[in-house]
Design a protein around this ligand. Sequence first.
Ligand SMILES: Cc1ncc(COP(=O)(O)O)c(C=O)c1O
Length: 482
Amino acid sequence: MPAVPIAGTPEQPLYRRVADRVAGLIDAGTLRAGDRVPSVRRLSRQLEVSVSTVVEAYRLLEDRGMVEARPQSGFYVRPAALRDALEPRRSSTQATATVPEIDDFATRVMKEVTEHWEGVSFGSATPNATFLPVTKLNRLMSRVVRLRPDTSASYDTLAGYAKLRTLIARRSLDAGCALEPDDVITTAGAQQALAVCLRAVTKPGDLVAIETPTYHGLLEVLQALHLNALEIATDPREGICLVELEKALDKRKVAAVALIPSYHNPLGHCMSDDDRSQLVKMITERKIPLIEDDVYGELPHEGRRPRACKAFDEEGYVMLCSSFSKTIAPGYRVGWAVPGRFREAVERQKFRLSISVATPTQMAIAEFLADGGFDRHIRRLRRNYRDLSYRYAYTILDAFPKGTRVSRPSGGHVLWVEMPEQIDSTRLYDEASNEKIRFVPGPLFSATDRYRNFLRINTAKPFSDEIERALQTLGKLASKHR
Ligand SMILES: Cc1ncc(COP(=O)(O)O)c(C=O)c1O
């Protein structure tokens, strides 16, 4: 490759222009599947850019599914099967609002995917213990309990453990927010944060606009609070369709909007800054609270974490919800809400639901954050999740019937799989259970019985022969539905 100026608009970062140049060679067939792309040093010399720029460019190509890294060997062009694989289609808006019915099947699936069992589970969206700082955290937990035995003899304050709230406020700078400790209220996980925020701003029978598909736990909260869901068309790359959301907000009386803008579960997309800014303007003008679920915000597959919608919120209509479940310890049940102008109402709801959050777990997490190891830990986690996402996607595309589409998440650790229409994931669920394999069937991600031919796969387990075999078995079972 000659040392010629790199094309692209100057405002594009250099690594993107380098990536586009290599992508052009792949698209043109100059570099073919299985070919080794020029080594990092060679390309850096040829293009007269730094080694780190080339590394970033190759990481971006990896993210796009065009190349893959092989340990101690370099980057290789990926097979077209993965490169050209189609993503699930954009969903459509459901015109009528319906109370989400959580039926017996969904209840059984939720119970089964969260229980410990000896089979292979792609069900619950939980990180794998091997990726989490379990030993260090448990040591910190013993220390705080030893040093502060009094904590178990009283309730924590209503807002939550002060040191932890300070550290959460400090970390929120990375998400573009300038928060004070008193802006933060701790909760028992993000699930409770969602519940208290929704309870604070709605009453039974109200309408809540959501993405479709969306996290099944959000639908559970809507049902528990007797709220109606208005499902808005969502694109697996861009996120919620703002044009359709705006139309819906103008046509109907919507009490709240509840979205997962960063590494959506199950789609994996991340909303752009422009869309976030437009969204916050849209809800602020109409004085409608936006419940922003940021539970995966710290888990981009590439680069820095995105800015939260909260960063664009000048009037306090954004209610940010998050937790340490996906990054440190789901079992500790520590999360938080930043409820903006609805703070008092949220505090009241928290008191009604649980009075306070367990103090020792909050203290142990605060010590972990204060210790400074979090950033290193999170960088490793991001790399692992990115690599695993490819491995799983590749295996699924190989094993599942022709016509299967797989999402290309830009963060987090779940894949959304769209199978050919005649495949019924609820039937597949029972067939797979008989083979000791579990996943979450598509219909659980909708209030209106959609996504029957979809399923969600958690990709946070280290890849192994057992995982590969389980995905192949799932693919074979799915093929029998044709
Ligand atoms: C999008 C989303 N929000 C909230 C939660 C619940 O998180 P927590 O364990 O912190 O309650 C989950 C868990 O899977 C999730 O995927």
